[in-house]
Design a protein around this ligand. Structure first.
Ligand code: BJW
Length: 261
């Protein structure tokens, strides 16, 4: 079966793939109401300067400002639910022999949708860690006056467990992501502008190791050429359409999510 959005070639590739790897970015959570970073007008960086909020130096300069900004974003995340794009990826994992989901997102919505073994390259805004020694602190509590809480072990300030500019990505996560890119048949790039390294180099790595690349992004023109399929549509539309085209006789895939970890 095919439909106007999903090329027949993609339907066949998805059904036959033994190993799929997927890189997601902020765009997949846009339909859950979470702002992206670089979309004109609505992206976070249209209103805020990354140097003042998403670096170690910014936190050292003004911990309260950075803490408040992340507290605001954490609230948005806690109120958000997985959308049909997240749910379709969880369903795709249940139908594929091996699927590795790599995300740059810090919102945890893939896990809530039911995806297993999600590789978080940029951390998770729901967690906090000590600014001084990087050790996770769990459980933790907001302070009564909204100031950044202190580490119960050393008294250092707590910060969100996310990866800021200039910081290294978690090594094991990055190695697992690179291995998945090198060994997959199909590599999906969904809802990312592909400008932030080292995540931005993963599609090239997959391509160089023989994978077909599938890009899903409403800013792209749809096209099919050797080694590359582009779907110019929102993830929450394209991914359910792709599943329905590949497995037309299956049960609806929108299984309920589970609670946050
Ligand atoms: C939809 C949609 C819908 C909308 N459906 N799609 C090599 C060369 C140059 C620079 C560097 C380099 N190596 C390292 C660097 C420096 C830096 C970097 O890459 N800078 C570039 C920006 C120039 N990288 C780092 O510092 C990284 N660390 C590192 O590499 O350490 C070693 C090192 C350091 C320094 C030098 C050399 C080596 C760390 C990067 C950390 C990124 N952190 C952030 C913040 C996380 C915490 C937080 O949430 O606040 O991560 S920045 C931000 O960007 C966030 C995102 O994960 C990341 C990527 O953004 P994403 O997801 O692509 O979002 P957008 O908004 O850009 O795109 C959304 C897309 O969705 C758009 O295309 C829309 O069209 C689309 N869309 N609706 C589908 N419905």
């Amino acid at each position: 079966m095919t439909n106007a959005l999903i090329p027949e070639q993609l339907t066949l590739l998805v059904r036959q793939a033994k190993r799929i790897a997927i890189l997601t970015g902020a765009g997949i959570s846009a339909e859950s109401g979470l702002p992206t970073f670089r979309d004109a007008q609505t992206g976070l960086w249209a209103s805020y300067r990354p140097q003042e909020l998403a670096t170690r130096a910014a936190f050292q300069r003004n911990p309260q400002l950075v803490w408040d900004w992340y507290a605001w974003r954490r609230q948005l995340v806690l109120q958000a639910s997985p959308n049909p794009g997240h749910l379709a990826l969880a369903a795709l994992q249940r139908r594929t022999p091996e699927l590795t989901l790599i995300t740059q997102n810090v919102d945890g919505l893939h896990q809530l949708a039911g995806s297993q073994g999600v590789i978080e390259l940029h951390g998770n805004i729901r967690r906090v860690k000590c600014f001084d020694d990087d050790q996770l602190v769990d459980p933790w509590q907001e302070t009564a006056d909204g100031s950044p809480p202190r580490c119960p072990r050393c008294g250092g300030l707590l910060r969100p467990d996310v990866v800021w500019f200039g910081e290294n990505l978690p090594l094991q996560a990055l190695e697992q992501a690179r291995a998945a890119a090198m060994h997959c048949d199909l590599f999906f790039v969904i809802g990312t502008s592909g400008v932030v390294e080292p995540a931005a180099s993963l599609p090239r790595l997959a391509l160089n190791h023989g994978a077909t690349i599938v890009m899903i992004n409403p800013e792209h023109e749809s096209s099919v050429r050797s080694g590359m399929i582009m779907i110019g549509a929102p993830a929450g539309v394209a991914l359910p359409a792709m599943l329905e085209a590949a497995w037309p006789d299956s049960e609806p895939f929108t299984a309920p999510g589970r609670t946050a970890e």
